[in-house]
Design a protein around this ligand. Structure first.
Ligand code: MG
Length: 169
């Protein structure tokens, strides 16, 4: 009976969630979702600090029960200083595919006080679809502000939240 249950579960979708935050520093452009958005501030961190791609990595790894971005790309490793997060996500996509999973849906929320992200949502969706292999009509990016509350609302940081769904290859 246990074997039958395991077989049934093998074909079920896997859901994962990811979250990230980085601080903002003067100087643009703003790298977000693998694209450059004109802005007077940029996200700062050990890599290129692309919160959206980092949250996608964690959501995908979470769905596959394969740990987190810090395990795969330690920020103590000089190799990842200034890393292009599109490359990190490509590695994550390859690793989960090798484990038998494909990414079929991404739903993301970016929380930022400035700039207005609505004009850039389609470009971010297209970038995420290209990087993950998920169809564009199953990739969504939502933009929220923090109503001037907390560090995000005060313009000192930005956050991203992502849910990903995987199916067996
Ligand atoms: Mg990060």
């Amino acid at each position: 009976m246990v074997d039958e249950a395991d077989d049934a579960m093998t074909n079920l979708p896997r859901i994962g969630q990811g979250w990230d935050v980085h601080r903002l520093e003067p100087g643009g452009p703003l790298r977000l979702g693998g694209i450059d958005i004109p802005h007077d501030h940029a996200l700062a961190g050990h890599s290129d600090a692309d919160i959206l791609l980092h949250a996608v990595c964690d959501a995908v790894l979470g769905a596959a029960a394969m740990g987190d971005i810090g395990e795969h790309f330690p920020d103590t490793d000089p190799q990842y200083r200034g890393a292009d997060s599109t490359e990190l996500l490509r590695v994550v996509v390859t690793r989960v595919r090798e484990a038998g999973w494909r990414i079929v849906q991404i739903d993301a929320t970016v929380i930022a006080e400035r700039p207005k992200l609505a004009p850039h949502k389609l470009a971010m969706r297209e970038s995420l679809a290209r990087l993950t292999g998920a169809p564009l009509d199953r990739v969504n990016v939502k933009a929220k502000t923090a109503e001037r509350l907390n560090a995000v609302g005060e313009g000192r940081s930005m956050e991203a939240q992502v849910v990903a769904m995987l199916l067996p290859v």
